[in-house]
Design a protein around this ligand. Structure first.
Ligand SMILES: CCCCCCCCCC/C=C\CCCCCCCCCC(=O)SCCNC(=O)CCNC(=O)[C@H](O)C(C)(C)COP(=O)(O)OP(=O)(O)OC[C@H]1O[C@@H](n2cnc3c(N)ncnc32)[C@H](O)[C@@H]1OP(=O)(O)O
Ligand SMILES: Cc1cc2nc3c(=O)[nH]c(=O)nc-3n(C[C@H](O)[C@H](O)[C@H](O)COP(=O)(O)OP(=O)(O)OC[C@H]3O[C@@H](n4cnc5c(N)ncnc54)[C@H](O)[C@@H]3O)c2cc1C
Length: 669
């Protein structure tokens, strides 16, 4: 009885052979990842989608122009909303999220910002009466909302946003206004053509005094005609690197009046007579960003695991070159370089996915406390998420790009599905806070940690390793120290020494008279490095703890291989830091590399089963190379033939332009 539940007739024998080698049950690993009963529900949802043509694409969407893509996604949205409750439980974010992934892939769900930012912003920042007024209507989709914060001139520096919301005591209204071109709202997803309401982030003015950015609910399109409301100019910002089914938009307010109660008032309030009550924490109006930063980790991991699924399956059906002359062409996955590229991507995907669950749980716990006015842990959460969104978006992007290159020429084709995945994923380096900026947000917290330690103050759990100065020698290979522990301690050393070094430099420059701001900017690159090392340590520890909690022995053992590969790769990648301060020597680093290469060999027989267990359906994958059945070549040919350019043998454009040129050239002979 094969352990891999995906073995079926008609599959490419090269991929069936892979599935027969599995040392664990893919079904049990799927349950470990998704939990019961979600693992089963996901399969049922995938099977139901296949039975409903209105939820499926008529042709690969990369062949479509932008207007048709947008129309298709809107049509499918209606089908999901009308029939989706027959397929999945709409109250389950996981089930609905899975249905959305099946139907839309990565590129464009017209309600994504409605669900991912608009609703969470109301849930976290509206008072009870406002929530009662807005949430049921938004959930029923009587209107569609988005989150309009970024402006043409400013996205990062929120304190400099120019849109104003001026309170008029006489009418008890706010007047929303866009004073300059650079104050146009720019980028919000689904703003261009879809949304009728926005949560607009604007500088609050009362009696000429500014109180900083606050959030306001503003209607921008009529609920019946969808025409822009008076005073509103709105449109789509044009094609982008990716996410082209999404209508990211621009928006201008021309003295638009909204009722006083349209300011979100759970945390900050303005009374009818214009008295302002500040929030318990000045950054509570940034809550929707915190939510997305927490949620996006799993979304980004999902894209890495999809790319790894494609590249690993393809590498088992693609044969090219011989390892031993005369023994025949091998599957390209036999090459160590291929394994190194792909299994490290796989390991990052699993690490980020499982750690993403922990981040989500931590977020939910702290968000609940914040909702009740307890902001004690907000700084810890903000620092952690700032680092996590940066590391996971960037390192996932690198992993996806490796998966694409590992597919050779076919990886560059949209038939692989990977170019679009990369384009969507890599946007995560920019949205929700540009990575360099967010790494520096976390660095502030780390530097403060070193200062607190110097003053004998208590450190948060996340930073306690900074006090472990006795960890000053690499313990790999020592008796009583297993590989995992030695590697985690090495990562602790890397993070601690990097943070200590940059803090010492900052302090010394300031002691020499440099201003704090200038000293900071002179160390900004090193500060981002410190932040990276800290976050990579946090991920490693959290991944290890998650794997250690697994009760099923075979699954724990399978994920231990992935964990150890992840740890060895991280240590090798940052090994230059180990030499500083004499923590390790080159022989010890070579030992880590050897361990890593052994792990590649160990993982090799299970490679297809790991990605099978992540269970992304062919519908969602939208990849000819990554097909579950491994029948790649016939389907590549079919895919190319279905390309609209091949509808006619001779293109009208060739007849019109090239043929006359060639005929004219001949007539000159
Ligand atoms: C039923 C539901 C079904 C759902 C199904 C849905 C399925 C969906 C599938 C969808 C598929 C695909 C979707 C694709 C999704 C794409 C989503 C894209 C969304 C993108 C949205 C956006 O980008 S919104 C805009 C985001 N903008 C930013 O992030 C701006 C970045 N800038 C900032 O955050 C800040 O300005 C700053 C942090 C950089 C600086 O702020 P500021 O100048 O105000 O502060 P200081 O630097 O002076 O810091 C002062 C102190 O404040 C601390 N601080 C800062 N921010 C915070 C915070 N947020 N929380 C807590 N504390 C904070 C800072 O640390 C300083 O502290 P001290 O050092 O102690 O002084
Ligand atoms: C796909 C996508 C979807 C988006 N969706 C939304 C949305 O729904 N709603 C919304 O409101 N916004 C949205 N945005 C906007 C997004 O949040 C911003 O683009 C992002 O926050 C970066 O801000 P910026 O564009 O102003 O970049 P800039 O701040 O101009 O960054 C440019 C460069 O300057 C550097 N830089 C800037 N400030 C500093 C600093 N203090 N220190 C060091 N370096 C600095 C950056 O590191 C970067 O290298 C979206 C963007 C994208 C790409």
């Amino acid at each position: 009885m094969p352990l891999n539940h995906l073995i079926r007739d008609g599959d490419n024998p090269d991929i069936t052979e892979e599935r027969q080698k599995a040392t664990f049950s893919t079904e049990e690993l799927a349950i470990e990842i998704y939990g019961e009963p979600l693992a089963q529900r996901r399969r049922e949802i995938s099977a139901e989608v296949l039975k409903r043509p209105e939820l499926l694409d008529d042709c690969p969407h990369v062949f479509l122009d932008r207007t048709t893509k947008v129309e298709n996604s809107m049509k499918k949205t209606v089908a999901v909303m009308e029939k989706g409750s027959e397929i999945c439980d709409f109250t389950s974010r996981e089930e609905l999220g899975h249905l959305v992934c099946e139907v839309f892939g990565d590129d464009g769900f017209p309600l994504s910002i409605h669900f991912v930012m608009f609703l969470p912003a109301i849930q976290g920042q509206a008072d009870d009466e406002q929530a009662e007024q807005w949430i049921p209507r938004a959930m029923r989709l009587e209107f569609i909302g988005t989150y309009a914060q970024t402006e043409l001139g400013h996205g990062t520096n929120l304190r400099a946003l120019e849109t104003t919301a001026t309170y008029d005591k006489r009418t008890q209204e706010f007047i929303l206004h866009t004073p300059t071109v650079s104050a146009y709202k720019w980028w919000p997803g689904n703003l261009g053509k879809t949304a009728n309401y926005v949560i607009a982030n604007a500088q609050l003015y009362i009696d000429g005094k500014s109180h900083g950015p606050h959030n306001f609910l503003v209607q921008i399109r009529d609920e019946n005609t969808h025409q822009p409301m008076p005073g509103i100019t709105v449109g789509d910002i044009g094609p982008k690197f990716g996410l082209n089914t999404n209508d990211n938009g621009f928006l201008r307010f021309d003295h638009v009046r909204i009722p006083r109660r349209n300011m979100l008032m759970r945390h900050s309030k303005v009374s009818a007579d214009g008295v302002y009550s500040p929030p318990v924490h000045p950054k509570l109006s940034y809550g929707a960003m915190i939510f997305v930063r927490a949620t996006m980790i799993r979304m980004l991991a999902h894209v890495v695991l999809k790319a790894a699924t494609i590249a690993i399956r393809y590498s088992c059906v693609r044969r090219q070159g011989e390892i031993k002359t005369g023994n025949g062409e091998v599957k390209i996955l036999e090459y160590q370089t291929q394994q190194h590229r792909l299994f490290t991507a796989l390991a990052r995907g699993f690490a980020y996915r499982l750690v993403g669950d922990e981040v989500k749980n931590l977020y939910e716990k702290i968000a609940e406390e914040v909702k009740h006015g307890n902001v004690e842990q907000l700084a810890d959460l903000h620092a952690l998420l700032s680092g996590m969104k940066s590391i996971v978006s960037y390192d996932s992007g690198k992993a996806i790009e490796q998966c694409r290159m590992a597919c050779g020429g076919h990886g560059y084709s949209h038939a692989s599905g990977i170019p679009e995945m990369y384009a969507v994923e890599i946007a995560g380096c920019t949205y929700e806070g540009e990575n360099m900026v967010m790494l520096q947000q976390q660095a502030r917290y780390l530097v403060k940690g070193i200062h607190r330690l110097a003053h004998g103050e208590e450190l948060s759990t996340m930073l306690q390793y900074l006090a472990n100065t006795s960890n000053n020698k690499f313990r790999i290979g020592e008796s009583g120290v297993d590989l995992e522990n030695a590697l985690i301690l090495a990562l602790e050393y890397i993070a601690r020494s990097t943070i200590e070094r940059v803090t010492a430099r900052l302090d010394s420059l300031q002691n020499k008279g440099l201003s704090a701001e200038n000293a900071w900017n002179e160390n900004a690159v090193e500060l981002t490095r410190a932040s990276r090392t800290h976050t990579r340590l946090w991920i490693a520890r959290c991944f290890r703890d998650r794997v250690h909690r697994i009760e099923n022995h075979a699954i724990r053992s399978a994920l231990t291989d992935i964990l150890e590969l992840f740890l060895t790769y991280e240590v090798v990648d940052m090994s230059q830091y180990l030499y500083q301060g004499g923590y390790a020597n080159s022989d010890q680093v070579a030992q880590v590399k050897d361990a890593m290469y052994k792990l590649l060999e160990k993982i090799r027989p299970n490679a297809v089963s790991y990605v099978d267990a992540y269970e992304v359906s062919d519908t969602e994958l939208r990849s000819v190379l990554g097909r579950r059945d491994g029948n790649v070549y016939d389907n590549l040919l079919k895919w190319a033939k279905s390309n609209p350019l091949n509808r006619t043998e001779v293109l009208p454009a060739v007849e019109k332009h090239l043929m006359p040129m060639m005929l004219a050239a001949k007539s000159k002979l």
